[in-house]
Structures are given as C-alpha cells and as structure tokens.
Design a protein around this ligand. Structure first.
Ligand code: CA
Length: 538
C-alpha cells in the first residue's frame, strides 16, 4: 500500500506535492521532519533553511578574526556583474581562447580563487538584480520582468543590502546598470547606495537609432515618435545626500564608452573609500555584454572574429583586470571579497551578438542555460586558490553573505513580516574545503513556479522550451513555448546536463522524497508570507 501511495504521489508530482500540508518544515528546526533525505535547519521562521557545517564555520570565524586583527577593518566587497554573459564565455568556463576572445583577467580569479559550477541567477535582468540586492526571490518583491523605458518598477519597499551596509558604516556604491526602477523614489541613491554613476534601465532602450535596425534608424518619422516617448535615458551621477544629476543623454553612439566611464567611476570610488578609511561595498554592473554591444574604440577588433560581442568580452575582461590591479596597488586585495558573475544566461534572440552556454536554453528560460551563470570568488589569503565546487549557490545568497562579512545581524535587521530566500554562504566560500549551506534551488519564470533542484536532481513542473522551426536550436524569448508536462520532468543534471531526457518514472523514486517535500515547504512559505504577486503553478 505504501509503495502504491508513493507511486500515485510520484505520478502527480508537482502541484500535488505542493498542495501537501507540511507545516513542520515552516517552523524552526530540521527539514528532516518532512523528509529523512533533507538536512537543512531552519533557524528562524522567515529565513530559508541552511545546512549546518559547524567545523567550517569555526575555521572561517578564526580566519576572519585573524584577518581583522591584522587589517583593523571589516572586509570590502566588490561585485562584478556582467549583463547577459554566457556561462561558457570565459576561459575559466571553457570559452575564452577557444572562442577567439581570451579572458586572462577573469580566468585569473578562478585560478587563484573559487570557481562555482552551480551558481544560479534568475532568467532575466531585473529579477536577478532584485534577488541579488534583497536576498528575496522576485515573486516576493514583485520585480518579475525586465523593466522597460518608463516602466513603473519599484523596489522602494524592499530592504537592500546596500542600505544595511551603509547603516553599518560601509561606503556603498553602484556603478553602471541599475534596472530596478527609474521613477523618483526608486533610484539607487534613494534606496541605500551612497553613490551612483550609471543608467536606470537597460542599454538597448537607449539605442533606438542603432544602425543594425535600419527600419527604425532611417525613418525620421519613427525616430521623432520614439524621441517623444517618455522614459529616462540619462547617464546619472548621484549621491545619497546631494541627490542626482543627469550628465548626458545616452544614445547608440555614446553607449560605446559607458563601460569605460563606469570603470573610471568604480576606480575613483574605491580610491576615495580607501582615503576615507571606510570599508566599501561596490556593485559594479557592466552595460556589456547586453545587445547592442558597442566596444569602445580601444577594443574594436580585439577578438579573433572582430565581432561586437567577442570584442566586448575582451573589454569586460580588461576592466576586471583593471579593478583587480587597483585593489593590489592600494594593498587592499587581502581584505576584499571579489565576486564575478552574470545576471542571466546568454541572450540568443540577438544572435550573433550573444554569448555561449553548454546548457540547454538561454536567457528567459528556466532550463539551465537561462539561469546557470559563472560564479567566481577571489580573496587572496582567505579563499584558497584553485578551488572548484558544484555546491549550490543562489545569487540571493550574496545578500546574507555580504551582511555576515560586515558583521550585520541579519535576523535583527529584517522585520519578521518578510521572508529571506538567501543563505549565509561565508563558510562555503571561505573555508579551504567549504561545503555549500544550500540544500535546494527554486526556479521561477516571472510569476510561474517552475521547479526545484536538490543535489543533481531537478524537477521541472513547467518548462519553456525552444520551439521547432527555423530557429530550432536557439533559445531566448522569441522562440520559446511553454510545456506543462502532466507529471513534471525530472532530470539528472550530472548524466544529462542539457535536460534532454526526463527520468521521472525510471529513476524518480528516491529523489521525489526530497524534491516533493522541498516544493511543498517552499510554497508553504509563500502562503505564510504572501508574495507581492500571486504565483501561477501552470
Ligand atoms: Ca541581463
């Protein structure tokens, strides 16, 4: 009887699992109460359960205390976030030289630091940036889709890591792309960043006259209409105390120099923070390699193929090298955590102005190609060089990890009415043989719950698949169709990293006892802490 019940549950995997009542997993205690396969501990009702690794926690605590005694200051945090870079673009992840665009500076971070092979973003820009800044999945904040020109995206009700870090004495800055709202009251300097230089949306919004779209670029009537449309196209310079000033209007021609300007600003920001003797938290957000890529003059023709995308990869790599060299010049590299990542998979709609992923799908999809991103951590003397880990890491984890490094008590800082999906990963990242504190990854496509990963098993309840036809091998937003399998798909991501064959019936027995309860508890948190947006199951 028991096995028949299990089978019926298995066949109804997905919604049926989610509708199970599992209140035990929602209160402080071990997830083993809902499944013997699960081990994470929930330490507070509104915080995601985390795997406890007491020995590595002790080792990292001792390491950080010794460093603090030597430097006398809390560590700096530098986030390097590329837009739409593919998992496979850099040499560290199999690209680089093999794609005609060597990335020696990014590869160095991997060689001398920690390379993650299961770092997860959301399927597109705004949701990922919301998750990274708030530690919360986008359904909770309502920032579900890329904000367009004149969009009403609003993050002002959220608590950003930058705000808590600024309150804790950090000098906080955002350089480059924001994409979390352009309305007054929602801008970076109004929600937690002490300084900002950049734009509020996404670069292609400002490139209407780009010559690759001659139907628009060469039509004066259309151009006049476009220019009359509301929306913020400014390059801003702002401080929390002094407010913002629009420096210039961005267009396709001057967009080529944006990343060099952002690099100048970031370098200046770091120098000034050091001169002031303040720890800094700097989120450096590249405009590149989002289409339409426009390499700056020094980088035109620098890749083997001399195309705009690969030239821009070379430019991004050079800027990473420049900022890392500055940390060394200022002798603060040993007290700075550097994190390099991308905000989603490659944007295949804009081929050939696009990156590469070894996984199935691309930006806009919850198959691995859309959400698996590079994740490199570099901190000489603290992170052991040459580490590689497939431990699970979600970009929401940077919220908790940054606060932990700064000594901010996150449970005291976050009101009990909101749920935090991020997990403190300092032990994983900094211990010489650190293990991830994360037991599961949850996949969402906008407001649709799409599935869960536990170990190397993934259960997909909904899947955006690449459609058949003339674009059959390309992912992206243009050519995808929603598949809602009756029983869900189950993939073994080690044996089948491209998610080609569901093994639900053949191999689903054991993993279902973890994946099902994980989904049920996760969706239970949504019932307990109602998100901004109602979640669609199918
Ligand atoms: Ca993006």
């Amino acid at each position: 009887m028991k096995s028949l019940l299990a089978l019926s549950l298995l066949l109804a995997a997905g919604v049926a699992w989610a509708q199970m009542s599992v209140p035990a997993g929602l209160t402080p205690g071990s997830m083993s109460r809902v499944s013997p396969l699960l081990q994470a501990q929930r330490f507070a009702e509104n915080f995601e359960p985390a795997l406890a690794h007491p020995e590595q926690a002790r080792a990292v605590k001792a390491k950080l205390e010794a460093l603090r005694a030597r430097t006398g200051a809390p560590p700096n945090i530098l986030l390097l976030i590329v837009d739409d870079m593919g998992y496979g673009d850099t040499g560290a992840y199999g690209g680089g030289e093999s794609l005609g665009a060597p990335t020696p500076h990014i590869d160095r971070l991997a060689r001398e630091g920690l390379k993650l092979t299961s770092a997860y973003a959301q399927p597109s820009c705004t949701p990922t940036r919301a998750a990274l800044n708030t530690g919360r999945l986008p359904v909770r904040s309502g920032l579900l889709k890329p904000a367009m020109l004149n969009d009403k995206a609003d993050i002002s009700n959220e608590i950003l890591a930058a705000k808590l870090l600024s309150n804790a004495g950090y000098h906080t800055g955002l350089s480059g792309k924001w994409h979390l709202g352009e309305m007054d009251g929602t801008r970076p300097w109004q929600v937690g960043f002490d300084e900002f230089e950049g734009f509020l949306g996404v670069v292609n919004s400002y490139q209407e006259e780009h010559p690759s779209a001659p139907d628009v670029a060469n039509d004066p009537v259309l151009q006049a209409m476009l220019r009359s449309m509301p929306g913020d196209r400014s390059l801003w310079r702002a401080t929390k105390t002094g407010g913002g000033k629009a420096l210039e209007t961005i267009n396709w021609e001057n967009s080529r120099d944006l990343d060099q300007k952002f690099a100048d600003f970031s370098a200046d920001f770091i120098r000034r923070a050091v001169q002031q003797g303040k720890p800094f938290y700097l989120s450096h957000n590249f405009s590149k390699v989002h289409y339409f890529n426009m390499p700056s003059a020094d980088f035109v023709g620098r890749s083997a193929t001399k195309d705009v995308y690969r030239d821009s990869v070379v430019e991004v790599d050079a800027i990473v090298g420049r900022l890392v060299a500055l940390l060394e010049e200022l002798e603060i590299a040993d007290n700075t955590l550097v994190f390099f990542t991308s905000d989603n998979g490659p944007e295949e709609d804009s081929y050939p102005d696009t990156g590469v992923t070894p996984f199935r799908g691309a930006k806009g999809m919850t198959t691995e190609g859309g959400v698996r991103v590079p994740g490199l951590f570099w901190w000489p003397g603290v992170i052991k060089g040459g580490r590689v880990s497939d431990g699970l890491f979600d970009l929401t984890d940077m919220f908790n990890t940054s606060l932990a490094l700064a000594g901010v008590d996150v449970t005291a800082a976050i009101p009990a009415d909101r749920y935090i999906d991020g997990i403190d990963q300092t032990g994983f990242l900094l211990a010489d043989d650190g293990q991830s504190a994360r037991e599961a990854i949850y996949y969402y496509n906008a407001d649709m719950f799409a599935g869960v990963r536990w170990r190397y098993y993934k259960m997909a309840l909904n899947e955006l698949q690449v459609g058949s036809g003339t674009h059959r091998d390309f992912g992206g937003l243009d050519n995808v169709q929603l598949m809602t399998p009756t029983n869900g798909y189950m993939y073994n991501l080690y044996l089948d990293p491209r998610e080609r064959k569901s093994v639900l019936i053949k191999k689903g027995w054991v993993p279902s006892y973890a994946l099902g309860p994980l989904m049920a508890v996760h969706l239970g948190t949504m019932a307990k802490y109602p998100p901004e947006v109602a979640i669609r199951m199918r």
